[in-house]
Design a protein around this ligand. Structure first.
Ligand SMILES: Cc1cc2nc3c(=O)[nH]c(=O)nc-3n(C[C@H](O)[C@H](O)[C@H](O)COP(=O)(O)O)c2cc1C
Length: 238
């Protein structure tokens, strides 16, 4: 089948800048090697709930955020803000506020029985010491709408989908550089907007402590669904 409607059309290219895609076709064996290597690397990723206090240079955090910032987003509006915190007093405030919410979640009945059962193998509770000990807390905010230079609102499209993809790239980048993180959601998370002084258009999406895992840290033995339970193929096998 031939393309009848090339992209960009001459009219589009006359109105907006386009450039040739930089892309190198790789030999199949190389693609397989790379895909396996990446899958193995990502397969070793685990969420960590005890971090070492060892410092992590700021440039590594910047690179992880820059990687996340390459994520695709609805209409390329990039509706995310990352706030990277290393200040001990702010980290302490975040820990205290998170533990207050988590106390209500775990001990105050805000988590129902079904949720409690799902969390049981992880053994999570209201204690969040890692929020003070990890060298960095990176808080990802979703921008529900943008604000133009003249103060008017800019509609953002597919905010959750876009920010979720950026979060995934952030997690992959952190793991790929030899650090660990945990997607943490001590809900409700409005305290993060207050402590970090974020504007009205931003809402906390997820909180990532980042650092080295504490030596000897343990993680729950988890089951990952096999491929045949997460992949549905439509079309003939090649
Ligand atoms: C959106 C999201 C929110 C999460 N919130 C929490 C949380 O608040 N506390 C926590 O200990 N783990 C949290 N997790 C981590 C999950 O429990 C963890 O990813 C899952 O058990 C799988 O383990 P793994 O990340 O080691 O593969 C969250 C994960 C995601 C994706």
């Amino acid at each position: 089948m031939e393309y009848q409607h090339p992209y960009p059309s001459p009219e589009l290219e006359a109105a907006h800048p386009f450039r040739a895609l930089e892309f190198e076709r790789l030999p199949l064996h190389e693609m397989r090697t790379r895909s396996r290597r990446f899958a193995e690397t990502m397969g070793r990723r685990r969420s960590v709930r005890m971090f070492a206090a060892d410092p992590v240079p700021a440039d590594l955090i910047e690179t992880a955020v820059a990687t996340a910032g390459t994520a695709p987003s609805g209409a390329n509006l990039q509706p995310w803000t990352f706030v990277a915190v290393s200040d001990p007093a702010i980290k302490r405030s975040i820990r205290e506020a998170a533990e207050q919410e988590e106390r209500r979640n775990y001990d105050g009945g805000r988590i129902n029985e079904e949720w409690r059962a799902a969390l049981a193998p992880l053994g999570t509770d209201r204690h969040k010491e890692f929020l003070e000990i990890a060298p960095w807390l990176v808080v990802l905010f979703e921008q529900r709408y943008g604000i133009a230079a003249d103060g008017t609102r800019i509609h953002h499209y597919y905010v959750k989908e876009s920010v979720g993809i950026a979060a995934g790239l952030f997690v992959a980048a952190v793991h790929g550089m030899g650090l660990a993180t945990l997607p943490h959601t001590p809900s409700p998370m409005a305290f993060l907007s207050r402590i970090l002084g974020r504007p009205e258009n931003e809402r906390p999406f997820v909180l990532f402590p980042v650092g080295y895992p504490l030596d000897g840290v343990k993680v729950p033995v988890l089951y990952r669904k096999p491929l045949d339970r997460i992949l549905v193929r439509v079309g003939a096998a090649d």
